[in-house]
Design a protein around this ligand. Structure first.
Ligand SMILES: [Zn+2]
Ligand SMILES: [Zn+2]
Length: 821
C-alpha cells in the first residue's frame, strides 16, 4: 500500500511501534539515518489538507509539537492495539546464572522480597523463546510494573511496546447470498426440487469443500439459505446463528461458495434517551428572525464571516442555532456546533436527534474510544453532516463546512489545559477562515476578547436584547454581609433577608435555587493552638472537609486523608473546621426549613451527566423545593420554575490573584441570575456579598453588560492585559524545589540579558499555588501587543532551555492562558 499525505503509518520508535501521520512525500535522499515504515494504515488521508493546515497553525500558535496536535485531532486511538512484551537480555542471563543478582546492588539497595521478585521474572523469561506479554508475565510471577521498570533500567530485560492497526470501526458480520449464475446457487425463491432432494440428503454439514455446483444441500443448509433469501439475500450472522441449525452449517455454505461473509460498520445509535415531544420553539420573535436572516445571508456568501450573537439569558439563542444549522443541511453542506461540557446532557442529545435525524453526530466525553472512532468515521464518510460536541469536535472531518457555532463562547472548558493548550473558540475562528465559512459565537456574557473584536468590527454583533415572550429580567437585591455582621453580631451564611425571602417562596409553593461556588463541608481545618491548617501533602492548598464521606480531600489533586482528631503539627486536640461549602449549606437549610425538599448539585452529588439531568428534572417536575449547588446550577439550560435565586459567597473569586476574576464573577452572577423567573412571574435574586461596591457585582445586579465591558476594558488596557496584549504564562515545575528554583533562575537570567523589544516579561515569581500535584512551580508572565514577537521570544526561550538540559516537559508554555494560578 502506498502511503498518503495525511494518512497514518506504523513506524518503529525506540523499542516501540507507534502510529504517525505522513506530513510529506518526497524521493530525495534523507540527510539523517532513517528506519523503514512498518506498514501503511490508511491508503487515503484521514486528515484532509484543510485539517493538516489547521494542525500546523495550532502547533505554531500554541508552540506545541505537531505530533501531539495531530494526536488530539484524531480520536482514533481505539484503532490500535497495544502489546507490551518483555524478553531477557544477556546481562539478565548473567544475573540469573551467577546467582549474582548483586551485580548492580551498589546503586540500589533492594529488599529480599524485591530480589526474589526479580529472580522469578528472570527465571520465567529464561525459559521462553518468544517475548512474553506483560499481562502473562505479571500474572505468572506476581510482580508489579515498578519492579519490571527497574529491571528495564538495569538492562536485564527489554520491554517492547508494539501498536497494531485493528479493524477501523466496530463492525458486524453479514452473510450475503452469492449469485454467480442462477443455476449455480439457489438464489431464486424456494425451489421445490432442491428442497426435496435436500430433505433427503443424509450427510451432515461435512466440511468437504465440495464445489457448489449441483451439490446436494441438507436440511440445515437449506433452512439457512431460505432464511437468507427471505430476508432479501442478506442477514446478520448473529441473526442466522439464532436459527435452530448448527453454527458449522454457515461455514459449510461459505466453503461451498454459496454464501459470503462480509464485515459492515455497525449501526450506531446516537441516543437511547427519548426526546421530548417538541423540544424547540421555532416561532421566532423579530430579533430572532433578524439574527437568523443575517446568519443565513452570510452563509450564502461563502466568505469568512465572524458573528457574535449576544443574547440575554432566555432569549432563544439555541433555536436560532438550530434553524441556521437546518439551512446548512438543506443546502447540502456541513455545520459544527460546539457546546461546553455540561451543556451536552443526554436529553439535549436526544432532542438534537429529533431535529436532525441520522444526519447528526454527537461527540461527548461519555463516549468510549470505540464509539468516538465510529462517530468520526460516520462524519468522514459524509453520513453525518451536522456535528454537535464538546471542545475537540472542532476537528470533526466534515467536508464543505459552512457554519461553526460556539455556544457559551466564554466558557473556560473550551481551553484545553494540557498540551496542545488550544482554545477551541479560537481554533473555530481559524478553521472558518480556512474554509470560507461563518463562525457564530453565542453568549449571554461574551468574553472580553470576543466583545472587543465585535466593537472593532472584526465580528458582526447581533443582539437578542429581550427574553422570549417579553419575560422581564429578575430584580436583584444586594445584601452587604459586612453590615449584616455588624447588625447581628455574628458571621452569617444566610442573611436575614435571604431567609425571609426563602420562607415566603416555600409558603407559596415556589422554588428556590441557592448558589455557593464551593463544594464540601468546610474548606479549612485549622489548629487553634498552633494556627496551622491541614494542607494537602502534594499541594500547597488547604484540604476540604467532606463530612458525609468522612474524609479530607484536596480539590486540586484529589488526594484524600482521614479527618484529623489532633493537629498534625503540634498534637493539639483543638482542630476547628472553618467556612462553609455546599454540603454544609444544605445541612444548614435543612435545619432552617425542616419540611422543605432540598437537593444538592455539585461534583460530589453528580457523578455522570445523568445525575445532573436527574437533579434538574426533579426541580422541573416539582419534586424539589430548594436546590443548592456550585456553578453547575448556573449552567443548566432547562431550568424555568425558580422564582428566587440566592447567591451566597458569590465573590469568592474576587479575592483570587487573577486578572480575569472580575470577568468570571460578572459572568457567573449573570448566568445564575438568568435562572430566576417563571413564565409571567418575574424572578428575584438576592445577592450576598462582602464587596457590594465592586463593579463586577454592581453591573451584574443592574444587568448592565455594556457598562461592565466598558469599565473592564479600560482596566485591561491600563494593565496591558488581553484583549490589548497577547499573553503567555510560562511555568517551570519540578518535584524537587532545587530544580524548580535553578531552572526558573536560569531562564530568568536569560530573559534579562536577551533583547526582547516589545515584550514585557514579569518573573520569575512563585506561582500563586506554589506547589501543585507534587510539583514546585515558578512562573513568568509575558505580554506583548505583537503576537509574532511574543511567539518568537517563546521559541528562542524553549531552544535555550533545551540547550541548558531543562527537560521540555517541565517547561509549560501556555499561550492565551486562562488561569495564572
Ligand atoms: Zn497545631
Ligand atoms: Zn493536592
Amino acid at each position: 500500500m502506498e502511503p498518503a499525505v495525511g494518512g497514518r503509518v506504523l513506524v518503529p520508535f525506540r523499542q516501540q511501534r507507534m502510529s504517525g501521520i505522513v506530513v510529506g512525500l518526497h524521493d530525495r535522499e534523507p540527510a539523517v539515518a532513517t528506519k523503514n515504515v512498518f506498514s501503511v494504515v490508511d491508503p487515503a488521508p484521514v486528515l484532509d489538507q484543510q485539517l493538516m493546515r489547521l494542525g500546523r497553525w495550532i502547533a505554531d500558535y500554541y508552540l506545541a509539537p505537531l505530533g501531539e496536535v495531530f494526536r488530539t485531532m484524531l480520536p482514533l486511538g481505539a484503532e490500535f492495539k497495544r502489546t507490551i512484551t518483555y524478553s531477557i537480555t544477556e546481562p539478565g542471563q548473567m544475573a540469573l546464572h551467577l546467582g549474582g543478582m548483586s551485580g548492580s546492588s551498589a546503586r540500589a539497595r533492594r529488599t529480599p522480597e524485591e530480589q526474589l521478585a526479580e529472580f522469578r521474572v528472570l527465571d520465567y523469561l529464561a525459559n521462553r523463546e518468544e517475548p512474553v506479554r506483560e499481562l502473562s508475565l505479571r500474572s505468572a510471577t506476581g510482580v508489579s510494573r515498578t519492579v519490571l521498570s527497574g529491571m528495564v533500567r538495569k538492562k536485564w530485560v527489554v520491554r517492547e511496546d508494539i501498536s497494531d492497526a485493528r479493524e477501523a470501526a466496530r463492525t458486524i458480520k453479514v452473510a450475503v447470498l452469492c449469485s454467480k449464475s442462477p443455476s449455480d446457487a439457489p438464489t431464486a425463491p424456494a425451489d421445490g426440487a432442491t428442497n426435496v432432494s435436500a430433505r433427503h440428503a443424509t450427510g451432515n454439514d461435512g466440511a468437504t469443500g465440495v464445489p457448489a455446483r449441483r451439490a446436494k444441500l441438507n436440511a440445515n443448509q437449506q433452512a439457512l439459505l431460505d432464511a437468507l433469501t427471505a430476508s432479501g439475500g442478506r442477514a446478520e450472522v448473529e441473526v442466522l446463528h439464532a436459527l435452530d441449525v448448527p453454527r458449522t452449517t454457515l461455514q459449510t455454505l461459505v466453503k461451498r461458495g454459496l454464501v459470503d461473509i462480509v464485515a459492515e460498520p455497525a449501526e450506531f445509535h446516537v441516543s437511547r434517551v427519548k426526546a421530548r415531544p417538541s423540544p424547540f420553539d421555532f416561532e421566532f420573535n423579530p430579533a430572532q428572525k433578524q439574527a437568523l436572516q443575517r446568519i443565513q445571508d452570510s452563509i450564502a456568501n461563502r466568505k469568512f464571516t465572524g458573528v457574535l450573537l449576544h443574547g440575554v439569558t432566555g432569549s432563544g439563542k439555541t433555536a436560532v442555532y438550530l434553524a441556521a444549522m437546518r439551512t446548512v443541511l438543506e443546502s447540502g453542506r456541513s455545520a459544527i456546533l460546539l457546546v461546553p461540557e455540561i451543556g451536552l446532557t443526554p436529553t439535549v442529545a436526544a432532542d438534537l436527534h429529533q431535529v436532525f435525524g441520522d444526519e447528526v453526530a454527537i461527540l461527548h466525553s461519555a463516549l468510549s474510544d470505540a464509539e468516538r472512532a465510529e462517530q468520526w468515521h460516520r462524519i468522514k464518510r459524509g453520513e453525518a453532516r451536522v456535528v454537535v460536541g464538546t471542545r475537540s469536535a472542532i476537528f470533526a472531518p466534515v467536508s464543505d463546512l459552512a457554519l461553526i457555532i460556539v455556544d457559551e463562547e466564554q466558557d473556560s472548558s473550551y481551553k484545553q489545559e494540557e498540551t496542545p493548550r488550544y482554545h477551541a473558540r479560537d481554533v473555530a475562528v481559524m478553521r472558518a477562515k480556512m474554509a470560507d465559512a461563518v463562525v457564530l459565537l453565542g453568549s449571554a456574557t461574551p468574553s472580553l476578547e470576543s466583545y472587543y473584536n465585535a466593537t472593532k468590527n472584526k465580528y458582526a454583533l447581533l443582539e437578542l436584547p429581550d427574553r422570549v415572550e417579553q419575560r422581564p429580567l429578575p430584580e436583584v437585591e444586594l445584601i452587604d454581609m459586612k453590615q449584616e455582621f455588624q447588625e447581628t453580631g455574628q458571621e452569617q451564611v444566610i442573611s436575614r433577608k435571604l431567609a425571609e425571602e426563602i420562607r415566603e417562596r416555600l409558603e407559596r409553593k415556589e422554588q428556590v435555587m441557592i448558589l455557593l461556588n464551593r463544594r464540601g463541608y468546610s474548606p479549612v481545618a485549622l489548629c487553634r493552638t498552633c494556627g496551622k491548617t491541614l494542607e494537602c501533602k502534594n499541594c500547597a492548598i488547604a484540604m476540604t472537609h467532606h463530612k458525609r464521606a468522612r474524609k479530607m480531600e484536596c480539590h486540586y489533586c484529589g488526594y484524600t486523608a482521614p479527618v484529623p482528631e489532633k493537629c498534625g503539627h503540634c498534637g493539639s486536640e483543638y482542630v476547628y473546621f472553618l467556612g462553609t461549602g455546599s454540603e454544609k449549606l444544605e445541612e444548614l437549610l435543612h435545619g432552617m426549613f425542616p419540611t422543605a425538599r432540598i437537593g444538592r448539585l455539585d461534583r460530589d452529588t453528580v457523578r455522570g451527566k445523568e445525575d445532573f439531568e436527574r437533579a434538574l428534572n426533579a426541580l422541573n417536575e416539582g419534586e424539589l423545593d430548594l436546590l443548592v449547588g456550585t456553578q453547575m446550577i448556573a449552567k443548566g439550560h432547562d431550568v424555568h420554575g425558580v422564582t428566587l435565586v440566592g447567591v451566597v459567597g458569590a465573590d469568592i473569586a474576587l479575592g483570587l490573584p487573577d486578572f480575569r476574576a472580575a470577568e468570571r464573577t460578572f459572568q457567573l452572577l449573570t448566568q445564575v441570575a438568568g435562572r430566576a423567573g417563571r413564565g409571567e412571574t418575574p424572578g428575584k435574586v438576592v445577592l450576598q456579598t462582602y464587596f457590594p461596591d465592586h463593579y463586577a457585582v454592581q453591573y451584574a445586579a443592574r444587568h448592565d453588560f455594556a457598562g461592565f465591558y466598558e469599565k473592564e476594558l479600560r482596566f485591561r488596557s491600563w494593565m496591558h492585559y488581553p484583549p490589548y496584549s497577547a499573553l503567555a504564562n510560562v511555568l517551570i515545575r519540578s518535584d524537587r524545589l532545587e530544580d524548580a528554583l535553578l531552572w526558573s533562575g536560569t531562564i530568568g537570567q536569560w530573559f534579562e540579558k536577551t533583547r526582547h523589544e516589545g515584550v514585557r516579561v514579569l518573573g520569575p515569581a512563585a506561582a500563586p499555588i506554589l506547589r501543585l500535584k507534587r510539583d514546585f512551580r515558578y512562573h513568568f508572565v509575558l505580554k506583548s501587543t505583537s503576537r509574532e514577537k511574543l511567539n518568537t521570544l517563546l521559541r528562542t526561550m524553549l531552544a535555550y532551555a533545551a540547550s541548558q538540559k531543562i527537560p521540555r516537559t517541565q517547561v509549560i508554555v501556555d499561550v492565551d492562558a486562562l488561569w495564572l494560578m
